[in-house]
Ligand binder design. Sequence first.
Ligand code: S3P
Length: 738
Amino acid sequence: MSDLANKTILFVGLGLIGGSLARALRERNPAQKLLATDSDQSALDAAKQQGVVDQTGSLQELAPAADICVLAAPPLALIDLIPEVASLCPSHTVFTDVASVKSHVLSAIDAQPESFAENFVLGHPIAGSERSGFQAASVDLFQGRKTILCPLERNSSQAVAQVNELWRQVGADVIGMTPERHDQVLAATSHLPHLLAFAIVDVLLHQEQSDDIFRYAAGGFADFSRVASSDSTMWSDIFVANAEATESVLDEYIAALRSLKESIHNRDRAVLQEVFNRAKQTRDRFVHNHYQGNSTQAVSDNLVTLITAPGGTISGSLRVPGDKSISHRSVIFGALADGITKVSGFLEGEDALKTVAAFREMGVTIVGPDNGEMTIYGVGKEGLQKPRIPLDMGNSGTAMRLMAGLLAAQAFDSELFGDESLNSRPMGRIADPLRAMGAAIETDGDGTPPLKITGKKLRGTHYDMPVASAQVKSCLLLAGLFAEGTTSVTEPAICRDHTERMLKGFGHEVEGGYPESTTSVTGNQQLKAATIDVPADISSAAFFLVAASIAPESELLLEHVGINPTRIGVINILRAMGATISFENEREVGGEPVADIQVKSSELHGVEIPADQVPLAIDEFPVLFVAAACAEGETVLRGAEELRVKESDRIDAMASGLKTLGVEVETYPDGIRIVGGDLGGGKVDSLGDHRIAMAFAVAGLRADDSIEIANAENVATSFPGFTSLANAAGFKLTELAG
Ligand code: S3P
């Protein structure tokens, strides 16, 4: 639980930001002890008189009482304050600042003793107003806005968690960035626009008869120049402090203006229109996302259609994005661990990002992911905070089922919801065994989301899973980490064991597990932060394995792919069908086996898929069905009823699309029979299921006409950048919005 309520918070600077934070904290907790110092006595008097702070005075007087010290002075004044607060505040004081430039603050902290630097967590609320001073301070300035924290590895976890909590308490969404990235991003999105606003007003001011000009200026001028009414001291400080980053983005802007000037000079309407149109679309999208607000129903309203052109040969070498299952788990365990977890190769797809967002909402500070790199400041097993809103799991069954196990055992209540597809998927399979552990979970009448979870103390149990599901197993093991005694799960057939492997990597004992069918964990152990290298996802690689197998004269190398034995059903099945696939450079990274995979075109033949391969290839069947459609003879799959409750009913979705392409298909409640032959073109519906969409994109390589794949917008849930990576390898795909 947060102990922020008992802390004394000292504001050094009580202008717009400091004043708004004090007001918001006071409103949330009238008993919170708030102190303030500022060179502006009238601000202090007003704050005291309005009851916003309890005590005002000099820094010397107030510093000794500070548990948390918020430096909310203008950027350059802040630098002079750092040595002062370092010498006046007690050693346990946690510091943060609100400056919109971080590099210069960092240099000032670096000059202080290490013990001070450990407790200083750089921060910056992305909120403000052109108005300044305490009189402009507003209680809801940070509500629903972002606050960027730039924690460093040297920071104490407790300091990071406290500063995070400070901002959560006032309604901000806390995100993490490195100080360097922060300064670049702010230079582009905030500092440059302010500079332009100041500059345009100044240019007009120097025009002859400027009075007249201002008289005729209207709404456009007022909108564009609004931020030129901002505080001049603060903004001149900002440009001095962030000179390097702003100079560089300013150079780009000057070049863009020059080129626009040339287009105007040449009366080149087409170029102007192209630039303006691009900008308009981008801004419209920004405004839409920015002002959309919170919704308890995730919606994807940007429809995407993929169109294949016939033919293509697949070649080269490529690395598909990180493993989705491992990415989800890296955030979960990193958040629950003590210490800092570093992740590389993280999948920046929408599904895994939902898990990141959920932990941010529960008070975990996460820097990135940026190019697959992510740093998680673990809060420990007891450190999660009650989410302020229902948690949006988007399209992700894994996120929802794993989070449910974890949340069932917390000291707070929570709610999980998803998009249309996820909201129709079965949750009884986790809710029932969790209830047997003492959990209180409500589902919708038919056992589907949303899930309303009342946090409870759980007790360990044994569960014999009726279906082979890694999500159910992982959900129960996660609950088991918090339960009293031992929790064990027996799987009816092998299912992926990433949870077990990663738990061991985080220093947690796990009994049994693959190749044994029972896995157990005993509660009351802590997790220790780890370093995780997420291998490329074999489920994403599968599209290319099939593509290079069925497209003529193809040869492809897929780099750094996870080949965990519980996941390689797709390779076993393709090899049984005659595919030429070899592993090179086999190695182990962070407890997961990895290899580069070589694949060449082959004549495939149909097979009866062995029952024991079904759970090992459960996500890869859509594209395996495409391989079957291109193979000689017939392929039969049985015992795969689970495919009917994935992101879509994958048996029906694939059968219907393959029939459209002219393939002979028969479906069963638990499987499908596909007779290989020639593929034609046509219009297929991927039903918003990422893997159905990508499977038909692969089919396009052998179809003799174009395939139009509707509702392909969810490809980015597991495979951001699919179209461009596929085209680089030899696909002929076009992506259309709408
Ligand atoms: C997953 C397990 C599988 C798989 C899903 C990811 C996981 O689901 O289909 O894409 O990360 O644990 P089931 O547990 O429902 O088989």
